[in-house]
Structures are given as structure tokens and as C-alpha cells.
Design a protein around this ligand. Structure first.
Ligand code: ADP
Length: 479
């Protein structure tokens, strides 16, 4: 909406009853309630949303990155209603929405893929034989999977049936589709993804990589761009592969091609996300490209004017996701009211959030409070800024992932760039969490410094009395 406003485009927010006071509702030029809190009765109601658009003469819908953003049926309904969907075609979403269909679509492009089964498992005996050939550990994955759900690691053949049952039932309950397939479990895997932009005239470019290896429950929590480990050659090869993946499905709009990278820096195509990603700000910071603006131009049918050869990585950006979760308790979602909510500020700090002090975190949706992004000339500088920003972020009323993110920023493995998706299980235990530097401690330090300065001046007495009157503590101490 901020981008739209900069472009002179008016916006309409839709909201559920739980989000009446949400920031997006207040920011938009108009806002319409589309139903009660449960998303199935509001944010997922295609018909209601399209009716609102028609009533208010809306031209286009930006689906964001949750709810209906990767729903081919929704994109199709939008198109059929004569509206513009700010994203790819329903056909691209459909192909890439199924991990198996995606693998089949890119087959002709010689994209490296993790060894595994090319289709859904129907025969367990055969699947076990394939697993034995690939070699354990293997991963059973839901074809319709997303958000790290429906994924099971199998260490040995003895565990196969049990993990298979779990994966299938998780896939059915989460996605209504029990198709699962097998992939070799890549050891010491790193998650590196490439941002792509395609227009409706067949031009596709990439905007380098984001590293998202710090994950809990196969879900990202810290991201950065560029990756600390890619060489220019590997970056270029991955970029080319990502553009080919996008070409394989006639892609236009902003999209992300995800790869898994092993410790020898071999990379394999995982899947494509056909929408804006949560972590897109780090790419915006290092390229200077506003991805949402590009999405809008592309949806208007304009050709991309950015040339691949003109793009350069400038500096380094880190993002941490601030979730209302308790890192000391297995990252369980926490609910409550933001009694204190004060954002960090200053040079190189960006906060993309949806809350203000006094607001409650609704239990109905993903408990993400904010994304905190820092940007510096170097990785070290971006990390230092992140530690400073985390320490200045004041949140009370709910537990958050911030203390965990501080732990990551200070950890040698992260600092040296030598980490993988096993970071949390390898290094993290709740006793490693250190409390934020106490606000009273810093106040005391500041007061002491002020006192020392005042007392080093020749005529100190008058000044001390004057400053003392501003602080009760100081008055007592100085008396
Ligand atoms: P989802 O769509 O649920 O996000 P992905 O295929 O993108 O699923 O995988 C999510 C994460 O799971 C990856 O970032 C990685 O940490 C892990 N993962 C996926 N495939 C493999 C694999 N073959 N070997 C090891 N880890 C994997």
C-alpha cells in the first residue's frame, strides 16, 4: 500500500472482524470488512472479495503473501471477473503449486534436482526399493506441501512405514491431498533462493539470492542477502537455472525459485513460490528495486526496463522475523496484548510490521508481528546493526523470537557463515537465551556518565542541582 501510494494509486483494504483496528485498515484509502475472524469466513472468501472489488470499482488485486496469494482458483476468478491479479497467471500458479508438476515442467531445462521419485508414491514396496537405492536418510514430502508441513525425515527402512503414514495424514489434513514423494535428504543443507521478475512479453531477470537457512520447523526465521557462501560463478549458475524454471512455466510477476545447497555447494531445485515472499525486503535493500512496484508495472502489461547486466549487489541486508512465539518453549505461538511496543529506528533499520502498542495478536492467523531488516555496507555491519536494533526493540505482553534472533546474530557459526538448516537443533537450547540489556541498567549508565561530566566542569554545583531535579533517582543519589 505504501508503494501504491507513492505511485498515486488508491487502495482498498479488506479485513476480518478480528482486524478491525489493524494498521492496513487504517492506512488504506478505503476499507471493507469481509467477514468474521476465521479466515475461511473472510480472507479466503473469493466471491465476497470480488464483489467488494466490483462495488468499489477496483482495478486490480494484490494478494500479498498469505491466504489466497498462491491459489490458482482465486487468480482465475479474479481474471474472469475482469479484474487484474497482481501476480502470475493461474496456469503458472497451478504448475508450481504442485512440487511434482513443477519438477515435471522443468525437466526439459536440465535443472539439477535432488534424487528421488518423479511421481507420487502408490506402491510402498517399490518406494522402499527406491529409497534403498538413493540411500537413507530420505525425506517424504507432500506434493501439495507448503510452510514446511507434510515433510518427514526417514533415517532407516525400519521407520519407513510409520513416517509414511504420518506424512500422508498430515498432507491430507493440511492440503486435502495425500500425494507424497521421496527425495534424498541432503545433509548439511542450506536453503538458498533466487528472486525472479518476469513480464508479460517473455522477459525474465533474476535479482540474486537470499539465504534462508536458519529455520525452525522447516520454516524460515532469519534471512539475508546475499548469501555468505556463494561464489560469483555459482550465483550466476543459480540465477540462470532460476530464470529457466520461470521460463518453463511461462512465468510473469515476482517469483522465487528455491534451491537446496549441500556442503560442496552443489545446488538442487526444490520448488517455486509464485508470489512475493515474506523476506523480499532483503532483496530490495541490496538491489534498490521496489519489488511491489515492479509487480504493479508488470500487471499493467509494461515490459521490465531493468536489464540483467545493470543489476548489482550493493551492501548486505539481514531480516529477522519477529513472531509472537516462545523460543524457550519450542517456539510455541504466544497470544496476548502488546503492552509495550516500541520499534527500533535509525540508519539502516527498516521495520515492516502490522501492529501498534495496545493491540492484541489475534489467535486466528500466523503470529508474525513484524519483519526487522537491517542494511549495511558489509555483512558484519548489517549484523551489528541487527543486534543494536533487536536490543532497541521493546516488546512486552507476548514472548517473541527476538531473543532467539539475537542469539543467532551473536553465534560464531552464523557470524562465520558456516551454518545450515540444522542450526537450531545443533546449537540452540533455551538456556542460551540472554535477556535484553536492561533498560534501567542503561539509564543508570547514562545518568552516571552525565554526573561525571557535570562534575568535571569547574562550576558543577548549580548544574548538578538543575539536572537532579529532572530525576528522582539522581536527586537521591546526588543529595
Ligand atoms: P515447503 O513448501 O513446505 O516450504 P520446501 O520444499 O520449500 O517445502 O522445503 C522447506 C525446507 O525443508 C527447506 O528449506 C529445507 O530446510 C528442507 N528440505 C526440503 N527438501 C529437503 C531435502 N531434500 N533435503 C534436506 N532438507 C530439505
Amino acid at each position: 500500500m505504501r508503494t501504491a501510494r507513492e505511485m498515486g494509486i488508491k487502495t482498498v483494504a479488506i479485513y476480518s472482524e478480528a482486524d478491525r483496528n489493524a494498521l492496513h485498515v487504517r492506512y488504506a484509502d478505503e476499507a471493507v470488512c469481509v467477514g468474521p475472524a476465521p479466515s475461511s469466513e473472510s480472507y479466503l472468501k473469493t466471491d465476497v472479495i470480488i464483489d467488494v472489488c466490483k462495488r468499489l470499482n477496483v482495478d486490480a488485486i494484490h494478494p500479498g503473501y498469505g491466504f489466497l496469494s498462491e491459489n490458482a482458483g482465486f487468480a482465475r476468478s479474479v481474471r474472469e471477473a475482469g479484474l487484474i491479479f497482481i501476480g502470475p497467471s493461474p496456469e503458472s500458479i497451478e504448475v508450481m503449486g504442485s512440487k511434482l508438476a513443477a519438477k515435471a515442467a522443468v525437466a526439459q531445462y536440465n535443472i539439477p534436482m535432488v534424487p528421488g521419485t518423479p511421481s507420487a508414491i502408490t506402491d510402498r514396496t517399490e518406494a522402499k526399493a527406491i529409497s534403498a537405492t538413493i540411500g537413507y536418510p530420505i525425506l517424504i514430502k507432500a506434493s501439495a506441501g507448503g510452510g514446511g508441513k507434510g515433510m518427514r525425515v526417514v533415517e532407516s527402512e525400519g521407520d519407513f512405514d510409520e513416517q509414511m503414514d504420518r506424512a500422508v495424514s498430515e498432507a491430507i489434513s493440511a492440503f486435502g491431498d495425500g500425494s507424497v514423494f521421496i527425495e534424498k535428504y541432503v545433509t548439511s543443507p542450506r536453503h538458498v533462493e533466487i528472486q525472479v521478475l518476469g513480464d508479460q512479453h517473455g522477459n525474465i531477470i533474476h535479482l540474486f539470492e537470499r539465504e534462508c537457512s536458519v529455520q525452525r520447523r522447516h520454516q524460515k526465521v532469519v534471512e539475508e542477502a546475499p548469501s555468505a557462501i556463494l561464489t560469483p560463478e555459482i550465483r550466476e549458475a543459480m540465477g540462470r537455472a532460476a530464470v529457466d524454471v520461470a521460463r518453463a512455466c511461462g512465468y510473469y510477476g515476482a517469483g522465487t525459485v528455491e534451491f537446496i545447497v549441500n556442503d560442496a555447494l552443489d545446488f538442487y531445485f526444490l520448488e517455486m513460490n509464485t508470489r512475493l515472499q515474506v523476506e523480499h525486503p532483503v532483496t530490495e535493500q541490496i538491489t534498490g528495486v521496489d519489488l511491489v512496484k515492479q509487480m504493479i508495472y508488470i500487471a499493467e502489461g509494461k515490459p521490465i526496463t531493468i536489464r540483467q547486466e545493470d543489476l548489482q549487489i550493493k551492501g548486505h541486508a539481514v531480516e529477522v522475523r519477529v513472531y509472537a512465539e516462545d523460543p524457550a518453549n519450542n517456539f510455541l505461538p504466544d497470544v496476548g496484548t502488546l503492552d509495550t511496543y516500541i520499534r527500533p529506528q535509525g540508519n539502516g533499520v527498516r521495520v515492516d510490521d502490522g501492529f501498534e502498542q495496545g493491540m492484541a495478536i489475534p489467535i486466528y492467523y500466523d503470529p508474525m508481528i513484524a519483519k526487522l531488516i537491517t542494511y549495511g555496507d558489509t555483512r558484519e555491519e548489517a549484523i551489528q546493526k541487527m543486534i543494536r536494533a533487536i536490543d532497541e526493540y521493546q516488546i512486552s505482553g507476548v514472548q517473541t523470537t527476538l531473543p532467539f534472533c539475537r542469539f543467532v546474530m551473536k553465534h560464531d557459526a552464523f557470524r562465520s557463515g558456516q551454518f545450515d538448516t540444522g542450526f537450531v537443533s545443533k546449537y540452540f537450547t533455551p538456556d542460551k537465551l540472554t535477556p535484553a540489556p536492561d533498560a534501567t541498567e542503561s539509564t543508570l549508565a547514562a545518568v552516571l556518565a552525565a554526573w561525571l561530566m557535570e562534575n568535571s566542569k569547574p562550576k558543577s554545583t548549580g548544574t548538578v542541582v538543575a539536572t537532579a531535579s529532572r530525576s528522582k533517582w539522581k536527586a537521591n543519589r546526588l543529595a
